[in-house]
Design a protein around this ligand. Structure first.
Ligand SMILES: [Zn+2]
Length: 150
């Protein structure tokens, strides 16, 4: 149902071979382990807790206009819009990552592209508010904003 693709220039990605409706579970995270530190392929589940051994799901690329949402509590990847066969699965990395091990410059070229992607810590709350976020990111952003007011 999902297929890893390797394209010159853009590298590996994950595409769907079947259509999904908005809200559908596209994939489930299972068989994983938790690490205490982030790597290039982990997904953050909480402070000091990073999901590793994601197999094909480690190939989901970032987009500032993502096609899926990764829920680290439900351990699901859900479609945030209707998807057709051939669509790439992407998610908004700062929705799970507070501070990324390997920051990069986004090439999504979207109108609202954030450019440098290095985790939610540097993204203004007004921008984060455009996205569905995991609980630990909402909590860390709230704590950051509270500290900024001191
Ligand atoms: Zn972008």
């Amino acid at each position: 149902m999902l297929r890893i693709v390797d394209r010159p220039g853009t590298g590996r990605g994950l595409i769907t071979e079947v259509p999904f409706r908005e809200g559908d579970v596209v994939a489930r995270i299972h068989g994983h382990v938790y690490r205490t530190h982030p790597t290039r392929t982990t997904i953050q589940a909480a402070v000091g807790r990073h999901i590793d051994d994601l197999r094909a799901l480690s190939c989901i690329n970032h987009s500032c206009d993502p096609s899926t949402h990764v829920d680290v509590t439900a351990l699901t990847v859900t479609a945030v819009r209707d998807l057709v066969a051939g669509d790439e699965l992407t998610y908004f990395y700062p929705s799970t990552e507070w501070a990324m091990a390997v920051p990069f410059d986004c090439a999504c070229a979207g109108e609202k592209c954030l450019g440098r992607i290095d985790g939610a810590w540097r993204v203004p709350t007004a921008v984060l508010a455009r996205y569905r976020l995991n609980a630990h990111i909402r909590e860390l952003a709230a704590a950051r904003d509270a500290a900024d007011l001191l």
